[in-house]
Design a binder for this molecule. Structure first.
Ligand code: SAM
Ligand code: ZN
Length: 373
């Protein structure tokens, strides 16, 4: 079937034909991810004008590579699937982009070890970790990563999460953010093996995937700084109290300092630093034209990300209120009460009822409960 994305027309497989899955992957629900990729590449090139080469390491229909080539990037589209490579070629030709793109039918791990790219985009099925080493060892400026294995990342599939990310993920009420921070931790540790430091300049958890853009610094001290951003989160399953501590050693808490319960979870090492550069996110938002299919949603996401506090976990107002046996009020009113009590508070991009604050769970209740009762 034909689709139009980012003002380009592409041939992509339908989701299913006669009950048989198409051999090449295409997910229309990832259009937001792709629109933000193009806006991020534009904002990044404004900042780093030497960035020219872009590897779409798992290209499938070629849709990301075609969109980047149409934007002037010197693109390589790679896939192990022969049908995917054929389709990527057709789509590049259809959009007159074949002179600006090379198509490689091979394992992208091998390609990444042989050739240096300014920007590498990893968009595999499930975990990206099997591709992380080759990407960090050889990429010059920016590694873009999608992870769709949200159940392992958030601790719902615990063993799988431990295997893929060499960390302990825990299933909490902020599961999408647990996924973000487990993924960033594993990527930071992979990069550090090559004396490369990572800085997440844009990260979002949307529906069933996590997407991050990591700017690289090829210096051992930058790698050390990234490792020093890792630590552990302790979480009470009863009252939703949480605290975090930097460092690679876990120091588990047996008893909840807030409710005295003993159902404490410890997760880590997780990334405890910022997941985005606010000024860069604002620049990305400015690069989203109305013509993008998800323009409004993508801009809203950037706005929320820009103002989201850097606290490593968020709360869900409805879950908190349910836990307290109180009705929830309007989010804006709730956040205003927190600010009036002297705490920092912001919305979070993880959902309409999610927020961040530097207040503890007890302080949140004290600051907001009179309006709820
Ligand atoms: C999720 S799809 C990519 C979707 C595409 N980037 C998009 O935006 O629509 C994953 C692709 O990775 C390819 N793939 C899996 N392992 C690979 C490898 N080692 N090297 C290159 N491509 C690989 C698969 O054939 C598949 O086409
Ligand atoms: Zn507790």
């Amino acid at each position: 079937m034909r689709v139009t994305e980012g003002e380009l027309e592409l041939e992509v497989p339908g989701e299913q034909t006669d009950g048989i899955e198409e051999s090449v992957f295409y997910n229309p629900r990832q259009e937001l991810n792709r629109d933000l990729t193009i806006a991020t590449l534009r904002a990044y090139r404004e900042r780093e004008d030497r960035a020219e080469t872009y590897l779409d390491a798992m290209t499938a229909s070629g849709i990301r590579g075609v969109r980047a080539a149409a934007d002037g990037w010197d693109v390589t589209c790679c896939d192990v699937n022969e049908d995917a490579v054929e389709l990527a070629r057709t789509n590049l030709e259809r959009n007159d982009c074949e002179s600006r793109a090379t198509v490689e039918h091979r394992n992208s791990n091998a390609l990444m070890h042989e050739q240096v790219f300014d920007v590498i985009d990893l968009d595999p099925y499930g975990t990206p970790m099997p591709f992380a080493d080759a990407a960090f060892a050889n990429c010059r400026d920016l590694v873009c990563v999608t992870a769709t294995d949200t159940a392992p990342l958030c601790g719902a599939h615990f063993n799988s999460g431990v295997r893929s990310y060499s960390a302990v993920p825990r299933n909490t009420d902020y599961h999408a953010e647990m996924g973000v921070r487990i993924l960033l931790s594993a990527l930071a540790r992979s990069a550090a093996r090559f004396d490369v430091g990572v800085e997440p300049i844009l990260t979002h958890a949307t529906s069933h995937y996590v997407r991050t853009y990591l700017e690289l610094e090829h210096k051992a001290t930058a790698a050390d700084a990234a490792i020093n951003t890792l630590g552990h989160i302790s979480h009470c399953e009863d009252c939703l109290y949480r605290e975090h501590e930097f460092g690679l050693h876990a120091d588990p808490i047996e008893e909840c300092p807030h409710c005295g319960g003993n159902r404490m979870l410890t997760a880590g090492p997780v990334w405890l630093g910022s997941i985005r550069d606010a000024a860069f996110v604002a620049a990305v938002r400015d690069e989203i034209p109305d013509a993008f299919g998800t323009a409004e949603k993508a801009r809203d996401l950037c706005t929320t990300l820009e103002t989201e506090l850097d606290e490593p976990t968020h709360y869900d107002q409805h879950k908190l209120c349910r836990n307290w046996g109180l009705p929830a009020n309007a989010m804006d009113e709730f956040l205003t009460d927190l600010r009036k009590a002297g705490y920092a508070a912001s919305r979070a991009h993880y959902g309409g009822t999610t927020f961040k604050t530097d207040a503890s769970v007890g302080e949140i209740r004290e600051a907001t409960a009179s309006a709820l009762e």
